[in-house]
Design a protein around this ligand. Structure first.
Ligand code: BJ8
Length: 425
């Protein structure tokens, strides 16, 4: 970290000793997993910097924005529309959900059989180690899976500013009407929070910024079709993770810079792994920073990840918002249409997700799929069996992994992944 931020963290109410311990573990994990990779694109240096400053400079920037009158909104889900937040000159950030913390205290609040992602959000809050949640003027919870939905009833006692967004469970006309009503209610809440009335010009600008960010990620994904792959799955995942934290305009520029470098690498037939390395599509639950366990196991077992069918990946970033409307109503309609296509496993039935997985296997020329389900995540674990069956009927080898954030099962997972990679060879 470039500066000493202890006063800033203290003022945010963080507990400095556990926070220092967290940063040390995070830094060490990053060093061991990321900095030991061979042939990384040089432009990934930007992401090394972002990670080294994730609790430092980025938080300072958010606090400076707040001093200048902007509001910060935290979220746990890709259904929270960033376009609306930006239209009100506010900033949207993803909240920390990628590591275990304060587990004993969390066990006093949540059932043991709650997924790691939800437990992590609580751990960072009760452990007082997340500067993002402490900086947020509003925290948006969403009624997606039962675990999240019910946990917000508990979280509202721990934070002063929880806003709960209801979400549909079916892709029906009624479902879409519910999403519309909720997005209009959210727009009003954001206007109230910021004191800014969102007009068509503002909304168009918000759409433009988010679309550009998505276009950069689409470009990155497209370059991963090459064999040899010009970037590791770990690095591409990192870019998808930072998508939720960074200043959106700066992020877009940085990803486009990586893409320029990758284009040159492809022309020179340069890659991170040799040509012909087995190619894997990762599918399932989202992986938030610093959840790198499974990708790291895969890429140290002789395979390369070429795509993520995940909310931290293509499920979250695909589809642009149509910006051709000229009124707030038309643009809001476009936002609703775009988000209604997100095929999260909370929807029933959810055939689009399976089609998307198959489409991604073909597009990125994957040799097999690793389905990642977090233990106790009913929606994705329930879907994993039909997904595996359908893929195998198409002769696409599939490995189902159920895991959590602990490192206890690394040896066992490595053995299973290595056997799967051998099969792909
Ligand atoms: S749109 S995937 S970001 S809800 S892992 S908490 S589902 S029990 S995260 Fe998600 Fe939005 Fe859907 Fe995407 Fe529940 Fe499963 Fe835990 Fe999960």
């Amino acid at each position: 970290m470039s500066k000493n931020y202890k006063d800033m963290w203290k003022n945010l109410g963080l507990k400095l000793i556990p926070h220092d311990a967290l940063l040390e573990v995070l830094g060490k994990g990053y060093e061991d997993i990321y900095l030991t990779q061979n042939n990384r694109p040089e432009s990934m240096a930007y992401f090394n910097f972002v990670m080294s400053e994730i609790h430092g400079l980025r938080i300072k920037e958010l606090l400076d924005e707040k001093t200048a009158g902007r509001k910060v909104i935290g979220s746990f889900c890709v259904f929270v529309p960033e376009e609306i937040v930006l239209a009100a000159d506010a900033t949207l950030i993803g909240l920390c959900t990628g590591a275990d913390f304060a587990t004993e205290e969390v066990d006093k609040l949540l059932q043991r059989n709650t997924c790691s992602l939800i437990k992590s959000a609580f751990g960072f809050k009760v452990g007082k180690v997340c500067p993002y949640i402490e900086s947020a003027n509003m925290i948006v919870g969403e009624n997606t899976c039962d675990g999240k939905k019910k946990s917000y009833e508990i979280l509202k006692n721990l934070v002063p500013n929880l806003y709960v967004m209801d979400l549909p469970q079916m892709k029906s006309d009624e479902g879409k009407a519910l999403l519309k009503a909720e997005y209009l209610r959210f727009k009003e809440a954001v206007e109230k929070l910021t004191g800014i009335s969102i007009d068509a010009t503002r909304l168009k600008k918000g759409i433009d910024i988010v679309n550009n960010k998505r276009k950069a990620i689409h470009r990155l994904s497209d370059l991963r079709k090459a064999d040899p792959s010009p970037i590791s799955g770990l690095d591409a995942l990192l870019a998808n993770q930072v998508f939720f934290y960074d200043n959106p305009v700066r992020f877009t520029e940085s990803v486009n810079k990586i893409c320029d470098e990758l284009k040159k690498r492809i022309e020179k037939k340069e890659g991170v792994f040799p040509k012909g390395t087995p190619r894997i599509l990762l599918s399932g639950c989202p992986m938030a920073v610093p959840n790198w366990k499974l990708p790291w196991i895969i890429e140290t077992s002789g395979a390369v990840i070429v795509g993520e069918e995940s909310c931290v990946g293509e499920r979250g970033a695909r589809n642009l918002t149509d910006d051709s409307g000229n009124t707030v109503d038309e643009l809001m309609e476009a936002i609703i249409n775009r988000y209604f296509k997100v095929d999260c496993a909370i929807f029933t039935p959810n055939p689009d997700r399976l089609d998307h997985i198959v489409e991604m296997v073909e597009k990125y020329q994957a040799n097999g799929v690793v389905h990642y389900g977090l233990q106790f995540c009913q929606p994705y674990l329930m879907e994993s069996m039909p997904v595996e069956k359908a893929l195998e009927e198409k002769n696409i080898p599939t490995l189902r992994i159920d895991t959590d954030y602990s490192m206890e099962d690394v040896g066992q997972l490595k053995t299973r992944v290595e056997a799967f990679v051998e099969l792909l060879k």
